[in-house]
Design a binder for this molecule. Sequence first.
Ligand code: 5RP
Length: 219
Amino acid sequence: MDPREDEKRAAAQAAAMLVPQGATVGLGSGTTVAHFLAALARRNLELTCVATSPTTEERARTLGLSVQPFDRLDRLDIAVDGADQVDSDLWLVKGGGAAHTREKVVAASAERFVVIVSSDKVVDRVGPPVPLEVLRFGLAATLRRLGELGEAVVREGVPVTADGNVLVDFLGKVGDPNELASVLAAVPGVVEHGLFPPSLVSEVLVGLADGSVERLLPG
Ligand code: 5RP
């Protein structure tokens, strides 16, 4: 068994304990979130959940969690999600699972956004790849424009995102994530980038090898 799974499980279990009875809950995506879903379901709370990906939705329902479409609720009490990278300022890179657009909508709608990671996700500074969700319409032109900023490649094995768009990995230098986030957001055809600012993050729970959990709070 991968020792990282124990770290993910520890962070996920700690996050599940933060969810209050009756809450509206945003469910992220990925292998760390899979542990969170199991831990949350074990608590047998009455919850209304929204899911950031079809995989999460199916897993959550199988575990007995109530999942609603995210079109009527205009805010959530709490959202819990994983990340690919977390830096010392709590900038995140997300989108390893091609779900970062929905994940950002859910995180931004939540009163409290809790990030759960294994210790290998903690880095000094975020770096490439930065996932981008890109419209299929005009794809070659968008890729050319992105190419002027740095290398950008269509991710193999991910034909389309849940919203029918293309997943592109930006491999250029990140430098100041705030600046790159603005530049990427301004490229027509880029639906959303995977840089999540610290202002979105309430806390990061890092699972450690000894089973304990470190809590990182934004500056
Ligand atoms: C999906 C994500 C995931 O949260 C991220 O890739 C981490 O996944 P895992 O928990 O499997 O390492 O951003 O788009």
